[in-house]
Design a binder for this molecule. Structure first.
Ligand SMILES: Cc1cc2nc3c(=O)[nH]c(=O)nc-3n(C[C@H](O)[C@H](O)[C@H](O)COP(=O)(O)OP(=O)(O)OC[C@H]3O[C@@H](n4cnc5c(N)ncnc54)[C@H](O)[C@@H]3O)c2cc1C
Length: 496
């Protein structure tokens, strides 16, 4: 590490953190001297350096990954541990926040995050992530059948947008695989900007604690302590911006002594019971079906087909989003071989395997986390979650709707499973949000609408944890949109 003192330490070089470090370095200056900022961006995972060439990839990354998911680069929570964060693993199904999201944010926690105020952020993300519709030719037979069946049932299916550049549509990005050729857009696109503006990226280094002095009931940030292999140390900064994601940000804060008295006991230094609280997650269930004939063009999958809504409450809760996300997904031979449709042994199994990968299909039903669902992240990273009971009823209705769609697609062997059991067992997924949510009232939130902690001066937070919740059921684009909004506010307030 080149220096021990920074103007800003960004913890987590992930989806939001990469963007924030890059843009703050590019647009911010030291408020007293006007000099460029000294920024460190610390990441627990590896950094594969090199020129990002979408459609070809960073050569050093290609050495390290295959198209298959590699658990070495993931946290136990399923999120990614690598420079670029979960945007390198994401499925690339992307939607901007809905009008109902902006209203929810304002109504539920009082943040002034209006569509109008975020319009520059939306424009930035549209361009940087190359947000657009996939060409129609990339739609597979399953997607086409879904669209026709949905229309016959009276719904208006819409194309699922995506964010890719020079993509070959191999389809592997649909299930948490890193793209070898960096064709699916990720926050890695911000890395050259960060480096050009002097951000020091410090990989393979886990921040253990945010350090702060206690001043009465409040705190003031002084830096972070870290572990790198067997080595430990401290770095100093008057401002620390946490972007560790919806699970790791509250864990780090609680490990630093910031949280609820109930959970931290005598380890509590500064109290805010909202740290880890209000964790809110969408829920999604696949309803699979086995087709009599192959549905996929050989070896090619598309994860983004179409979707439609079956509407619930006026504010967007209990909306069911049904998509053909699974209608044309790549099925690997190993998952086909052990999946529920496979005969157990012998010749029938062998016959089945000849075509199984092209015949397993399905649809996906989603509901956004309801306002009355209750969740929290505990200091060890485990999660408590209870969904609003009406979500079970809606999923049961949704299951029957999915069945009708699949029958309309001509599929007969349909597997729905026990929806109620699955909803009750649910503990949140990689689209979760809200565990350090933003709001105007310190009794209900961790940071204010300008991303500053209510209780610790110099502590900023921006990642999935600050967004109260989101209706689109897809997290990445809302998170980068809020981050693209946040850097503008952070530069204005702290680095102008
Ligand atoms: C497999 C998968 C599929 C997904 N599919 C989609 C999809 O199709 N559409 C969609 O919109 N969203 C999808 N998502 C969700 C979306 O990608 C995430 O919600 C989003 O990327 C999270 O952004 P973040 O900045 O909050 O956190 P992350 O991108 O996870 O960044 C956090 C970073 O902080 C680092 N970190 C954590 N703790 C520490 C520490 N103590 N010290 C140093 N570094 C630390 C982590 O290693 C990580 O790099 C998917 C996610 C996954 C994992």
């Amino acid at each position: 590490m080149q220096q021990q003192n920074y103007d800003l330490i960004v913890v987590g070089t992930g989806t939001a953190g990469t963007l924030l470090a890059a843009r703050i370095a590019q647009h911010g200056v030291h408020p007293q001297t006007g000099e460029p900022l000294r920024i460190a961006s610390i990441e627990a995972g590896p950094y594969w350096q090199g020129e990002l060439r979408p459609g070809y990839g960073i050569p050093s990354r290609r050495h390290m990954i295959t198209n298959l998911s590699d658990r070495r680069y993931q946290w136990p929570s399923g999120f990614a541990r690598v420079v670029g964060g979960s945007s390198t693993h994401w499925g690339n199904a992307s939607l901007f926040p809905f009008d109902s999201d902006y209203l929810r944010w304002q109504n539920e926690t009082g943040v002034d995050w209006t569509r109008d105020k975020l319009k520059d952020a939306v424009a930035e993300v549209t361009q940087m992530y190359n947000f657009h519709q996939a060409p129609d030719t990339t739609r597979g037979e399953g997607n086409r059948l879904f669209r026709t069946a949905a229309r016959q049932l009276g719904y208006q299916p819409t194309r699922f947008p995506m964010t890719r550049t020079n993509c070959l549509y191999c389809g592997y990005c649909g299930s948490g695989y890193m793209c070898r050729t960096d064709s699916k857009s990720s926050s890695l696109i911000y890395i050259p900007i960060a480096e050009k503006h002097g951000v020091e990226i410090i990989p393979d280094t886990e921040v253990e604690q945010v350090l702060f002095d206690k001043q009465g009931e409040r705190g003031r940030v002084t830096g972070v302590s870290y572990r790198r292999g067997n080595q430990t140390g401290e770095l100093r900064a008057s401002r620390v911006l946490l972007s560790c994601g919806v699970i790791n940000t509250p864990i780090l804060l609680m490990r630093s002594g910031y949280g609820s008295k109930e959970l931290l006991g005598d380890k509590l230094v500064v109290e805010n019971p909202n740290v880890g609280n209000h964790y809110n997650s969408d829920q999604a269930f696949a309803v699979t079906a086995f087709s009599d004939k192959p549905l996929m063009e050989a070896g090619r999958g598309t994860n983004n087909g179409d979707y439609f809504f079956d509407y619930g409450e006026r504010d967007g809760d209990l909306n069911l989003m049904i998509s053909s996300n699974y209608a044309n997904r790549i099925i690997t031979p190993q998952s086909a071989a052990i999946g529920g449709y496979a005969p157990e042994f012998g010749r029938p199994h062998k016959e089945y395997m000849k075509t199984a990968c092209t015949r397993i299909s399905g649809v996906l039903m989603h509901q956004t986390g309801h306002k009355n669902s209750r969740g929290r992240v505990l200091p060890d990273g485990s999660r408590e979650y209870s969904s609003d009971p009406r979500m079970i009823q809606r999923f049961e209705e949704g299951g029957q709707l999915c069945r009708k769609v699949l029958e309309g697609m001509g599929l007969k062997k349909i597997r729905l499973g026990n929806v109620a059991e699955r909803v009750r067992a649910y503990r949140g997924n990689v689209h979760a949000m809200g565990s350090c949510r933003a709001g105007v009232d310190p009794r209900e939130s961790v940071v204010n609408p300008r991303f500053e902690s209510h209780d610790i001066d110099g502590l900023l937070v921006c990642d999935g944890s600050v967004i109260p919740r989101c209706g689109s059921s897809e997290a990445c684009i809302p998170i980068v949109t809020v981050a693209a909004f946040a850097w503008r506010r952070i530069v204005e307030d702290h680095f102008s």
